[in-house]
Design a protein. Structure first.
Length: 136
């Protein structure tokens, strides 16, 4: 319907994400919405969490799909993983009280300031007085 929308726009339009284990899920964390991850190998939950620690706040869909309806009900209902997902978001994406762009700008400005300070320090370290040149 809307091929002009990018991935983040689709995230905004969605209510929940169903995905495989990938970086898309990390990007989706910023929405605060629930997500379901496929578990095609049928790993038990402990093993799944050990292998994919950044996805511990996911509803995990086993290959037989037997629990899919229950998982969707949980995700669309009381969402018992919401608190875990908020913790995962902070751990993976960090805290941004003024928004991610403000955090990026502050980090960029701090980096530029450090670069300028380093340049000044290096310049001062290698600066020396040269005797004035005589006219010939």
């Amino acid at each position: 319907d809307h091929p002009e929308l990018d991935l983040l726009a689709w995230f905004d339009r969605s209510d929940v994400l169903l995905a495989d284990v990938s970086a898309v899920v990390t990007d989706f964390l910023q929405t605060d919405k629930p997500y379901l991850l496929t578990n095609p190998r049928g790993l038990d939950r402990t093993t799944f969490d050990e292998r994919f620690p950044s996805h511990r706040a996911a509803y995990v869909v086993d290959p037989d799909l037997e629990q899919l309806s229950e998982l969707l009900d949980a995700a669309f209902g009381d969402d018992p993983l919401a608190t875990q997902r908020a913790e995962m978001k902070r751990a993976v994406l960090g805290e941004h009280p003024d928004g991610p762009l403000a955090s990026f700008r502050a980090a960029l400005e701090a980096s530029v300031a450090r670069g300028r300070a380093d340049a000044t320090r290096i310049s001062n370290t290698f600066a020396y007085d040269q005797p004035p040149r005589r006219a010939t």
